[in-house]
Design a protein around this ligand. Structure first.
Ligand SMILES: O=C(O)CCC(=O)C(=O)O
Length: 276
């Protein structure tokens, strides 16, 4: 596994643990961004089995979503396993072990005005534990106009598990679908009451990345630009305290039928990248 050239400072680790979200600058180098761009085009041309996408109600733009794409493409695979991102996860967690959870693509073509609605991620995932992180980056400039991510600062500490819902509901497209979990609560309407929440966001240049905890509430604007794409790519990692969890409501493409609640993540679906 490649060592990251980026070294996480104590201050960045503290910010992550306190706020549940931060931005790191100049982490992904140009050669990886080129490989990412080419891999995204391949996925759009010939999506793997977990493709989900939609065309907004107004018929303009297009959203292309997909997940576990590392399993079908050598460049996504290399990005997840060999780019040094797992090393950054280990530095953040201070863990002895890092597993890949999965990777995911969120492409908002020019004029795709739909927001990514507010949600938190861990309710979607068959995993328990605090050491679960996402790294989101893009080969495109990302800002409020093209669909920057927004985070509710500190919300990973609420310990609130919100019921997963489809993205782009109402739009025409392929959806994943989630079972109801009686222990989950209905998502709070952050958008209707934005001033009540401590919302943070950052513009990104290619090479920068958002780092956020699996329980941090987040969302993203639509892409209002008619000339710029917003190709978001997320890689998710787990650390020492993560374990598989069969609870209802999670994303079925992430299920590993060989595992039971409490099992270690390790295996072909969630490979160990660092540690034993
Ligand atoms: O890119 C987006 O619009 C949303 C990303 C997201 O929700 C995630 O990576 O968890």
């Amino acid at each position: 596994m490649a060592k990251a050239s980026y070294q996480i400072s104590d201050g960045e680790r503290e910010t992550y643990n306190r706020d549940g979200a931060l931005v790191l600058r100049n982490v992904i180098d140009t050669s990886w961004l080129h490989r990412l761009s080419a891999a995204i085009e391949r996925d759009i041309a010939a999506p793997g089995p977990y493709f989900h996408g939609y065309v907004p109600e107004d018929g303009k733009g297009r959203f292309h979503g997909n997940l576990k794409i590392w399993q079908n493409d050598p460049d996504f695979r290399a990005l997840c396993l060999e780019s040094g991102l797992a090393d950054i996860a280990q530095q953040l967690f201070r863990s002895s072990k890092v597993n890949l959870l999965y990777d995911q693509l969120f492409v908002k073509e020019p004029g795709t005005v739909n927001r990514t609605r507010w949600h938190n991620d861990q309710p979607y995932w068959p995993v328990t534990g605090y050491q679960v992180v996402s790294f989101w980056f893009s080969p495109d400039p990302v800002n409020a106009e093209t669909g920057a991510l927004e985070f509710v600062r500190g919300s990973h500490k609420w310990d609130r598990w919100f019921q997963p819902e489809n993205f782009g509901a109402g739009a025409k497209g392929k959806q994943l679908g989630y079972d109801l979990n009686p222990d989950y609560e209905k998502m709070v309407d952050v958008e209707a009451d934005r001033d009540a929440y401590d919302i943070v966001t950052w513009d990104l240049e290619p090479g920068d990345m958002y780092v956020f905890h699996a329980l941090t509430v987040h969302g993203a604007g639509g892409n209002q630009r008619t000339d710029l794409r917003r190709r978001g790519y997320t890689v998710r990692y787990t650390g020492d305290d993560a374990a598989y969890d069969e609870r209802p409501g999670t994303s079925k493409p992430l299920h590993d039928l060989s595992k039971r609640t409490g099992d270690a993540m390790d295996g072909e679906n969630f490979p160990v990248i660092i540690g034993a």
